[in-house]
Design a protein around this ligand. Structure first.
Ligand code: ZN
Length: 126
């Protein structure tokens, strides 16, 4: 009898543990609304856990925004840090005035090399 009931039970498929005496964690329903398809997704989080601000929409995979009091929360933009461009890096090393001066020098050099009156080849630094 005992042998028969154990046969065929896959590990993890079914808990043999009794729920007797188990105290369930208090949980709260958290709603996310998709920006793309307006589908709402409701998840249960432990009451003392802070839910993430966004969740992947179950329907279309777009970003769904946490709803608080029926409205989307304002996302913190801390993570969205603009990538530094070459121009940004250049401005960290030189002031705008220095750059204007360098440009003027370079233009004067190019014009002197090219000679007056020839406006056909406008390639600087070539
Ligand atoms: Zn969606």
């Amino acid at each position: 009898m005992a042998d028969r009931s154990l046969r065929g039970i896959r590990l993890g498929a079914q808990s043999l543990q009794s729920e007797e005496g188990v105290v369930f964690m208090e949980r709260t329903a958290t709603t996310y609304k998709c920006e793309a398809c307006s589908q709402e997704t409701t998840l249960m989080f432990a009451a003392d856990a802070e839910p993430p601000q966004t969740w992947e929409c179950r329907v279309c995979g777009a970003e769904a925004i946490l709803q608080v009091d029926g409205a989307s929360v304002t996302l913190e933009e801390a993570d969205v840090k603009a990538a530094r461009t070459h121009w940004d890096m250049l401005l960290e090393r030189r002031t705008r005035d220095e750059l204007e001066e360098l440009l003027a020098d370079r233009l004067a050099y190019v014009r002197a090399r090219r000679g007056a009156g020839d406006g056909s080849a406008e390639r600087i630094g070539a």
